[in-house]
Ligand binder design. Structure first.
Ligand code: G3H
Ligand code: 13P
Ligand code: ZN
Length: 339
């Protein structure tokens, strides 16, 4: 689905976004489940904090990827997600983004490929043995490429919880660079999620921990110009954990990926950075605080409004750390798209 062929001009291919970003910055891939997250996400990527802040700020505007997980598709009805994104496109015509299935099974990948709505899918068969992972990925790639979608696959095992699978730290394992080369050649995938020291969810590390840059470098050396994907990239900001706990929550002390490491990783080929948990923490903190401070209030908008502003602000900040802030105009030019 090239930009000019898309029914919705600003939904572009993930491949085009990667081509522009590779080696220079990482594209933020953010999960959504509801309307407030969607609106905050679009505003944040256009550098706007709230509805009345006009115009879009070119210095902070960024291309981005909207991620939809299987859990998000099942939460209400997947048709609502598509409708929300289409509406957001109308409301924010300046935005340039791709729509991606996060952690798909083979069956859900086919559903998304056939829907005609998605830019790309992730087939996650990383819990299967190497050859089976390749076999499944190859089938999805063939079907996706027939329809012009690209495919992200995963090799190696992250720790943490994703969808219905939980992997403890002892069973997580970093991606082997030689295996990565064989995997990419045999499966035909377009990008690869690699295990480089991160894990899903809020409880990543007890103390400060660094990404395994030596591993990223070794993979890039064998797969030059091939986009790598970093899952489990939330930074779990202390401020939001503290705010949740001060407003009645009970989260243990934890830390996430250091934001300063996004850009060095991007220079080594990490072209897509997946962030979901941080957005959930912000949602939780804002909703808790609002109803703690106004115990007689029960209006969903009382918390929804400050959440959208806080989330937009967070996205703008993240994009600065990823290096994608300020890239929107250049992406638009590279795609030859007019507003
Ligand atoms: O990696 C998993 C993502 O954070 C999506 O989470 O399956 O709970 O929607 P979810
Ligand atoms: P976090 O849990 O670190 O936000 O990672 C999200 C993710 O990898 C989605 O695929
Ligand atoms: Zn993930």
């Amino acid at each position: 689905m090239a930009a000019e062929e898309s029914r919705f001009a600003m939904i572009v291919t993930t491949k085009d976004l990667f081509k522009h970003a590779y080696g220079k910055y990482a594209v933020g891939a953010y999960n959504i489940n509801n309307l407030e997250q969607t609106v905050g996400l679009f505003r944040g990527n256009l550098g706007k904090k709230d509805k009345n802040e006009e115009p879009t700020n070119p210095a902070t505007s960024a291309p981005f990827i909207i991620q939809i997980s299987r859990g998000a598709r099942a939460f209400t009805d997947k048709r609502f997600l598509e409708a929300m994104i289409r509406s957001a496109e109308d409301v924010f015509p300046e935005a340039i983004f791709a729509v991606h299935l996060d952690h798909g099974t083979e069956e859900v990948c086919y559903e998304c490929i056939d829907s005609g709505f998605y830019s790309s899918v992730m087939i996650d068969a990383s819990h299967d043995p190497f050859d089976k992972n390749i076999e499944i990925t190859r089938r999805v790639v063939d079907r996706a490429h027939d329809k012009g979608l690209s495919v992200e696959a995963e090799l190696g095992m992250l720790g943490g919880v994703e969808e219905d699978i939980s992997v403890d730290a002892d069973h997580a394992c970093l991606t082997d660079p030689d295996q990565a080369v064989e995997f990419v050649e045999r499966s035909g995938c377009d990008s690869l999620a690699v295990a480089i020291g991160t894990s899903h969810g809020a409880f990543k590390f007890k103390g400060k921990q660094s990404l395994h840059f030596d591993r990223i470098e070794a993979i890039q050396k064998l797969l030059p110009k091939f986009p790598l994907v970093m899952h489990g990239s939330s930074s779990v900001p202390q401020e939001w954990v503290d705010r949740i706990n001060a407003a009645g929550g009970n989260l243990p002390q934890t830390s996430g990926v250091q934001e300063q490491e996004y850009l060095p990783a991007a220079k080594l080929g990490v072209t897509k950075v997946n962030i979901d948990t941080d957005g959930r923490l912000i949602w939780c903190a804002v909703y808790r605080e609002v109803f703690r401070d106004k115990p007689a209030d029960f209006d969903p908008r009382s918390a929804g409004k400050p959440f959208m502003a806080a989330y937009a602000d967070f996205i703008t900040h993240k994009n600065k750390m990823l290096g994608s802030a300020g890239q929107l105009e250049s992406v638009r030019k590279s795609l030859g798209v007019a507003v």
